[in-house]
Design a protein around this ligand. Structure first.
Ligand code: KIV
Length: 273
């Protein structure tokens, strides 16, 4: 989505997502889990920020997203939503907070909306999540659906594997149509073959946001630590646009060297009596 003709940030609203697709403008999305990174990404003009349950693997040291709680997402989402001026902020419904049915989904999503200031929630699943998407939509809560590889089901899916190859392509397409009909405002497509994602993008009305789903989606999302080179490793579908981890290591080493050498703090960093 272009920001060039808007000198003061105009908040990205749900209808702007659809308008971007209708105009053929690509949407940009990154994860964010705290205020400083959210502010940086917002100022960089990223359209959508996702307070993803990937906070579990990226920030909290878990092996999967499964242990992430609603309380943890609430704290992170409040920090992110409070820090941005323009971006459309979406928060994940973590594993165990919506699968039981529309009532559970509604209670979890209402809590997120009331306590954090996010603009939408995201949940995983296609046809199985239609009752939940419908209930949230009817309650006035925009829902982003998540199809393809869905990390909360990683035990059932056998780990991070491409979904929708061969005959399974039709399954993902049917899920995309179903979540759109239920009211989803956008669909994240994760680890779906590029031609399948392209076809879904053509067929569904709402924007598709790809991650490992090829270039034909209406937008792209990456986990920010993968995008910025914070960890030693990034998945094959994630390009490293920086080497923030290396920069941080170097800054920490320089700091330690100067403390040990007695050159930091200098007089300019100290207070007079
Ligand atoms: O939690 C997350 O970061 C996500 C992205 C992988 C889309 O769901």
């Amino acid at each position: 989505m272009s920001t060039s003709d808007a000198p003061t940030p105009r908040r990205v609203r749900v209808h702007h997502l659809q308008a971007a697709k209708d105009r053929g403008e690509r949407l940009t999305m990154l994860t964010a889990y705290d205020a400083p990174t959210a502010r940086i990404f917002d100022e960089a003009g990223i359209d959508m920020l996702l307070v993803g349950d990937s906070i579990g693997n990226t920030m909290h040291g878990h092996a999967t997203t499964l242990p992430v709680t609603l309380d943890e997402i609430v704290v992170a989402a409040r920090a992110v939503a409070g820090a941005v001026r323009r971006a459309f902020v979406v928060a994940d419904l973590p594993f165990g907070t919506y699968e039981a049915g529309p009532e559970q989904a509604l209670a979890s999503a209402v809590r997120l909306m009331k306590e954090t200031g996010v603009a939408a929630v995201k949940l995983e699943g296609g046809r199985r999540s239609v009752p939940q998407i419908r209930a949230l939509t009817q309650a006035g809560i925009p829902v982003v659906a998540h199809l393809g590889y869905t990390p909360q089901s990683e035990n059932a899916l056998g780990g991070p594997r491409v979904q929708g190859r061969g005959a399974a392509a039709e399954e993902v397409s049917e899920d995309a149509v179903a979540v759109t009909d239920a009211g989803a405002v956008a669909i994240v497509l994760e680890m779906v073959p590029a031609p399948v994602a392209a076809r879904i993008t053509e067929v569904v009305r709402v924007p598709t946001i790809g991650i490992g789903a090829g270039p034909q989606c209406d937008g792209q999302v990456l986990v920010w630590v993968d995008m910025a080179g914070m960890g030693e490793w990034s998945p094959r579908f994630a390009k490293r646009f920086g080497e923030i981890g290396a920069a941080l290591t170097s800054a920490a080493r320089d700091y330690a060297d100067e403390v040990r050498a007695g050159t930091f703090p200098a007089a300019s960093h100290a207070f007079d009596a």
